[in-house]
Design a binder for this molecule. Structure first.
Ligand SMILES: NC(=O)c1ccc[n+]([C@@H]2O[C@H](COP(=O)([O-])OP(=O)(O)OC[C@H]3O[C@@H](n4cnc5c(N)ncnc54)[C@H](OP(=O)(O)O)[C@@H]3O)[C@@H](O)[C@H]2O)c1
Length: 245
């Protein structure tokens, strides 16, 4: 199986790349910059892991990336749209440039990546779905899409947009055997949430049933599951992984 994961250099994307490699997939990922972790993985799995430096907001570059992956591995079975940025700040002080960047990376960037993967999935021969699972798209949303969070309004809008996108795409592609789901993590200990103040961090931990923020390792099982044969009849769903908030 071949899986594409955007934003695989660190955080949840890196954990997803590692998990999908561990189960035997060929994996292709991109990010704007590299990281020691993804570079080490790429040299350890040279035949099975591709990492390129690409901006998710650059539609032509994403199109080229997906075409190269399809060329190299022959097919694309799973697409995980994970790359995202966050901007913390109240709406009143958010600039046009910040709004544009959030929409371009989180929403348009994910949609373009998924479109390019789906175009390939639609033309390639179907794999044996009982052995390897049906092709799938998984978009990474956030608990703030449904719960809301002050200071994350535009980010929340991009994630809510992705959930609507996933539900509609699931209906569009269901007849073609392609499943589409979203994973909605709670707050995670990654670079994306590094700017959370200690007060906010303990407030989030207090209101979480499991009493702590999550980690990438807590969420990656949901991605592994949704891209596996065990999820063959699951589509148009949002799987929340937030420790109970
Ligand atoms: N952390 C949380 O609290 C949390 C909570 C709920 C949902 N999520 C979601 O989970 C996903 C992963 O988040 P994370 O916490 O793992 O974030 P992270 O640690 O900041 O990692 C983000 C990844 O995306 C890449 N990326 C960002 N902008 C990009 C762009 N324009 N083009 C290409 N790659 C780009 C980053 O690499 P470069 O910067 O080098 O490009 C990095 O590989 C995101 O969709 C996020 O919204 C996170």
């Amino acid at each position: 199986m071949t899986s594409i994961v955007s934003g695989g250099s660190r955080g949840l994307g890196l954990a997803a790349v590692e998990a999908l490699l561990a189960r035997g997939d060929a994996v292709a990922t991109f990010s704007r910059t590299g990281s020691p972790a993804i570079e080490a993985l790429a040299s350890r799995h040279a035949g099975r892991l591709v990492h390129e430096l690409i901006d998710a907001a650059d539609a032509a570059a994403v199109r080229g990336f997906v075409a190269r992956v399809a060329d190299r591995f022959g097919r694309i079975d799973h697409c995980v749209a994970n790359a995202a940025i966050a901007h913390e700040g109240v709406l009143a002080t958010t600039t046009d440039a910040e709004i544009d960047a959030l929409l371009a990376v989180n929403l348009a960037g994910s949609i373009v990546l998924v479109r390019e993967c789906v175009r390939q999935m639609l033309v390639q021969p179907r794999a044996d779905a009982t052995a390897v699972g049906s092709p799938s798209v998984t978009v990474i949303s956030s608990i703030v899409a449904s719960r809301g969070s002050p200071g994350l309004t535009v980010y929340a809008a991009t994630k809510a947009g992705l959930e609507g996108f996933a539900r509609s795409l699931a209906r569009e592609l269901g007849p073609r055997g392609i499943r589409v789901n979203a994973v909605a993590p709670g707050f995670l200990e990654t670079d994306l949430s590094a700017s959370l103040s200690p007060d906010n961090r303990s407030r989030i931990a207090r209101r979480t049933a499991l009493g702590r923020l999550g980690t990438a390792a807590d969420v990656v099982g949901a991605i592994d599951f949704l891209t596996s044969p065990a999820a063959a009849f699951i589509t148009a769903q949002v799987l929340t992984v937030d420790g109970g908030t």
